[in-house]
Design a protein around this ligand. Structure first.
Ligand SMILES: Nc1ncnc2c1ncn2[C@@H]1O[C@H](COP(=O)(O)OP(=O)(O)OP(=O)(O)O)[C@@H](O)[C@H]1O
Ligand SMILES: [Mg+2]
Length: 384
């Protein structure tokens, strides 16, 4: 059964005088496969201003990459069906020809992928990969492209850039490879950068360095950025707005500070609980979210998170909650029993008494301190 989707959009606009850089309205993407229709993105709307950052957070399979690829028109294949609108710099992207899209790729919008090894050609020296991109898009001469490549490598803090240009990707560390990918993405000064889990394959220290680098470049270039991650800790203190996705739907959407200060959706709360804490002993088990991600061919009726939600009530199983504003008009969430409300507390107590497994597992665990998380993010920013 199809879960009803909302077409409401949250205006992230701080500048009300001009149109947003990107306005996405009721975007749906599905893939036809033998087993049925995989509904990967189910009615996502948002707007993003020039120079702002949006975090997109959700577990594996929640539709983050499909959303980004849909906007960039990179979901290729005959079995893809995308509907809705994506207006970028006043242009309706879904009405553009592939040639028009090719002009936008790299020049106006670029993407940094999760695994740098899959986006770099292992057989070609990194220097050529950067300079070819620059020559192709900017029409630069060989020597201009080389000097621009050296500047870019310096900018992304690659030591001894001249000699690195002669290295093959496998001769560089994972962090260095990701810096090269960022340099390539930044080469043509895009106005919008998608960073799709840019640090997942890296260790924690390098993760921080790469995220700081992206933030610095984004601010210096006044570039808009969509930072995709499964880790809610990554967006804390780093993005202006955050959109939490579950089963292709947006379940919570808010300015990032307000999301952490006043978390509304049980799924966002569950993601917060699954963030590793620096004060935790190294062998402490993380609180995994109980249950499995939903089947996207036949999503559950009612709220898609209901089978895993510690606060679930009968209404949640029957009726999909709309994405609606809370007391703060910029903060939206899709839940019948939002976290922190008396109804939510009563629901929890009822489920605890009924020994619902996901409620018991939450009761046994402990909550993450959001202040501690924000402190960590602030320290990371100071070290930027
Ligand atoms: N080409 C495709 N054909 C069929 N299903 C697809 C295709 N691409 C993606 N999907 C499905 O769409 C859903 C969303 O995938 P997506 O890659 O957007 O998830 P994600 O949130 O980016 O996850 P991760 O954190 O693992 O990257 C998944 O169930 C995935 O299997
Ligand atoms: Mg992905």
């Amino acid at each position: 059964m199809n879960t009803p989707v909302t077409t409401e959009s949250v205006e992230f606009s701080t500048n009300t005088n001009s149109a947003p850089l990107l306005q996405v309205t009721d975007l749906h993407t599905s893939f036809s496969i033998k087993a049925g229709e995989v509904k990967a993105v189910r009615g996502v709307s948002f707007s993003l201003d020039q120079g702002k950052t949006l975090g997109v957070v959700g577990e594996s399979g929640s539709g983050k990459t499909v959303l980004a690829r849909s906007i960039m028109r990179l979901n290729l294949g005959g079995n893809v069906n995308t509907t809705g609108q994506a207006v970028f710099e006043g242009k309706e992207l879904f009405g553009c020809s592939m040639r028009e899209m090719q002009n936008l790729w790299g020049n106006e919008m670029a993407m940094v992928f999760q695994d740098p090894m899959t986006s770099l050609n292992p057989l070609v020296k990194v220097g050529r990969q950067v300079t070819e991109h620059v020559r192709q898009h900017l029409g630069a001469s060989r020597s201009e492209a080389k000097s621009l490549a050296i500047d870019l490598l310096k900018e992304v803090r690659i030591p001894e850039p001249e000699s690195r240009l002669n290295a093959y990707p496998h001769e560089l560390s994972g962090g260095m490879r990701q810096r090269i990918c960022i340099a390539i993405a930044l080469a043509c000064e895009p106005t919008l950068l998608f960073a799709d889990e840019p640090t997942t394959a890296l260790d924690v220290t390098v993760q921080h360095q790469i995220l700081n680098l992206l933030n610095r470049e984004q601010q210096e270039r006044h570039m808009a950025m969509i930072l995709i991650t499964h880790d809610l800790g990554v967006v804390a203190g780093r993005t202006d707005e955050t959109m939490v996705m579950y089963a292709g739907n947006v379940v919570e959407q808010a300015p990032t500070s307000s999301l952490f200060a006043d978390m509304q959706h049980p799924y966002t709360e569950a993601l917060l609980r699954s963030i590793p804490r620096t004060t935790q002993r190294s062998h402490t088990r993380l609180a995994a979210i109980a249950g499995r991600p939903p089947d996207l061919i036949k999503p559950p009726s009612g709220c898609a998170f209901s089978p895993r939600c510690p606060y679930v009530q009968e209404k949640c199983r029957q009726e999909a909650p709309p994405l609606q504003t809370t007391d703060d008009p910029a903060h939206k969430s899709a839940c019948w029993f939002p976290v922190g409300t008396p109804e939510n507390k009563e629901a929890f107590a009822r489920n605890l008494a009924a020994k619902l497994p996901q409620t018991l597992s939450v009761a046994e665990g402990s909550m993450v301190d959001t202040n501690q998380l924000l402190d960590q993010a602030a320290t990371a920013e100071e070290n930027n």
